[in-house]
Design a protein around this ligand. Structure first.
Ligand SMILES: Cc1cc2nc3c(=O)[nH]c(=O)nc-3n(C[C@H](O)[C@H](O)[C@H](O)COP(=O)(O)OP(=O)(O)OC[C@H]3O[C@@H](n4cnc5c(N)ncnc54)[C@H](O)[C@@H]3O)c2cc1C
Length: 534
């Protein structure tokens, strides 16, 4: 293996070989002290002192950004699949890897490429000093994680955190303090300020594009990849972080081409790289608040009043989590109560009792994910069972994990806590009886709604706010009231020519990653058709 690797990569990379996992960990520690970078870790599954998964788990503590691949014999494929969950494995390679040109190099090329893209930003040493019970600290961590920006976390009440605050001449009253690699301290930075500092584009380079895609979830990323790859000057505008809801999924099991599942973060990372490779511009932390029609131009307005124009627009703004209405929940959001952000909080709630509200797949996935670290996970569902709302495969997984309990016919009546969630009052929806339980962590997954108020009076929406397109428009394909053209709207076209809807924001959409990506691609095809005929 070392010989094959040296032959192809020896000129640009150092290939370090170790005889055992312990020796490899020693070598990694030495490299860390010397400030060297590690791009890829390749471990055999079968090793004498510890297996490859255990090794990768420990190596991750030293080099979290290194890409990870496991070498396995056919018989160990099951273990490799488990490793995908445990160590977020990027690949497993079946032995033998002959010929390397076919079986080894393409994998290593892709690992190196993704490492270069993700971990060579000038933010390697970004430090976040915060309090684990501060809502803004959690938001900043989530923002960085979802944008795949590596950072190191320091608790403000621990010695190293205190030292950093002192050095930054800051105190623990305004947290978090983010310290950039060149030593600049940002106190409670807003997402846009942070994005600018970590090298994420926030300003458009042009004022006119062929295509503006609004929303950076799977539909938007799909549209950006197809738009840019087919020669359209394309810009994607995302309010927070690319990936959308899918970016928050711990494991998407049903996306075509990933038989062992793929984490939302990995899928997003790949899609981003693919879109940028084709020349799409990706803007983050830009909130679109207006859409105007000026003759053939479509104007997209940002929250700061600035605007860009294009021939065509794809609306891919998806849906946002619905808020839990119970008293106390609002005040404790970010302070133990989280909407969907189970992934970034997983380490903080390790060893604790965790509650999850919701009966759909997103709640099930979060329960499975959190059960790895938490002492117990309780899923609260209003209905009598999960069967109506959750996929069969997830229910089976949940049933096999003893730490997860499902409480049916239960809802949250109130959340209590002073500065952090401490207790929940649960209500039995059959009897009305209540019970108070100790709880520090509550994750809410109770469905989602499109936030499309800013499209009022621009495009036709249904009574729940979803954007209606194509044959679903009133009057079907012949919908003509106010429609200026002598053709019916195309399939994903809204009530305004040249404005398309793709993914979850579209009325009657499938609410799946694959269909969102597919609609993104299809919308681009229709944009071409629209451009050809105007
Ligand atoms: C936890 C979880 C697990 C899931 N698991 C699966 C699964 O296993 N399989 C599956 O098929 N589906 C799964 N889904 C559903 C799937 O993720 C969605 O169907 C898919 O993400 C929809 O993609 P989208 O691009 O249409 O919208 P979204 O993913 O919702 O993305 C929309 C994006 O638009 C941005 N945006 C919104 N408004 C604006 C604005 N005004 N300006 C700028 N940007 C804006 C948002 O910030 C967001 O990033 C899961 C969903 C969740 C929440």
């Amino acid at each position: 293996m070392a010989r094959d690797l040296r032959r192809k990569y020896g000129e640009r990379h150092r290939i370090v070989r170790a005889e055992s996992a312990e020796a490899a960990l020693d070598a990694l520690r030495q490299m860390k002290l010397r400030g060297e970078q590690v791009a890829v870790l390749l471990a055999d599954y079968r090793m004498p002192e510890m297996n490859g998964i255990e090794f990768l788990e420990q190596a991750m503590d030293i080099y979290p950004g290194a890409r990870r691949a496991l070498l396995t014999a056919y018989a160990d494929t099951g273990a490799a699949i488990d490793a995908i969950n445990v160590v977020d494995l990027d690949y497993y390679l079946l032995k033998p890897w002959d010929p390397p040109e076919e079986k080894l190099y393409p994998v290593v090329d892709s690992l190196l490429e993704s490492w270069l893209a993700a971990d060579h930003r000038p933010v390697q040493e970004l430090k976040v000093v915060g309090h684990r019970w501060s809502a803004r600290s959690s938001e900043v961590r989530e923002f960085l994680a979802r944008n795949q920006v590596p950072y190191r976390w320091y608790a403000a009440d621990e010695p190293e955190g205190r030292r950093l605050l002192e050095a930054a001449e800051a105190d623990d009253l305004a947290l978090p303090v983010v310290i950039t690699p060149d030593g600049e301290a940002l106190v409670e930075p807003a997402d846009a300020e942070l994005a600018g500092k970590v090298g994420l584009a926030t300003t458009p380079s042009k004022d006119f594009y062929d295509l503006i895609v609004i929303g950076g979830g799977p539909a938007g990323l799909g549209a950006a990849v197809y738009g840019a790859s087919e020669g359209l000057r394309t810009v994607l505008v995302e309010r927070t972080a690319t990936g959308g809801q899918a970016g928050q999924s711990s494991r998407i099991e049903n996306y075509l081409g990933f038989p062992d599942g793929v984490s939302g973060a990995q899928l997003t990372d790949r899609a981003r790289r693919q879109a940028t490779k084709f020349g799409a511009e990706l803007l983050t932390t830009r909130d679109v608040t207006g859409l105007e029609v000026h003759g053939p131009a479509r104007t997209v307005r940002f929250s700061d009043g600035t605007a860009i124009d294009a021939h065509a627009v794809i609306l891919a703004t998806g849906v946002a989590y619905r808020q839990l209405a119970a008293p106390g929940v609002n005040d404790l959001t970010g302070l133990g109560v989280f909407y969907g952000s189970a992934l970034t909080e997983a380490t903080t709630c390790a060893g604790h009792d965790v509650y999850i509200v919701g009966g759909a797949n997103s709640a099930g996935q979060a329960a499975v994910y959190l059960s790895r670290g938490a002492r117990s996970v309780t899923i609260l569902v209003r209905g009598p069972s999960l069967r109506k709302s959750m996929s069969h495969y997830l229910i089976e997984q949940i049933e096999k994990i003893p730490r997860i309990t499902v409480r049916t016919c239960t809802e949250i009546a109130e959340a209590h806590g002073d500065g952090h969630l401490e207790r929940l009052t649960l209500r039995d929806s059959n009897t009305g009886g209540t019970e108070v339980v100790d709880a520090q962590w509550l994750f809410v997954f109770i469905g989602a709604a499109p936030l499309t108020g800013w499209l009022d009076g621009v495009v036709h929406r249904d009574n729940r706010g979803f954007v209606v397109a194509g044959p679903d428009l009133p009057g079907g394909g012949d919908w003509l009231a106010g429609w200026p053209l002598d053709r019916a709207p195309y399939h994903l076209e809204t009530s305004v020519p040249g404005i398309f809807a793709a993914g979850d924001v579209r009325a009657e959409s499938a609410k799946r990653v694959a269909s969102a990506v597919g609609e993104g691609a299809m919308a681009v095809m229709l944009v071409h058709r629209y451009l050809e005929r105007t």
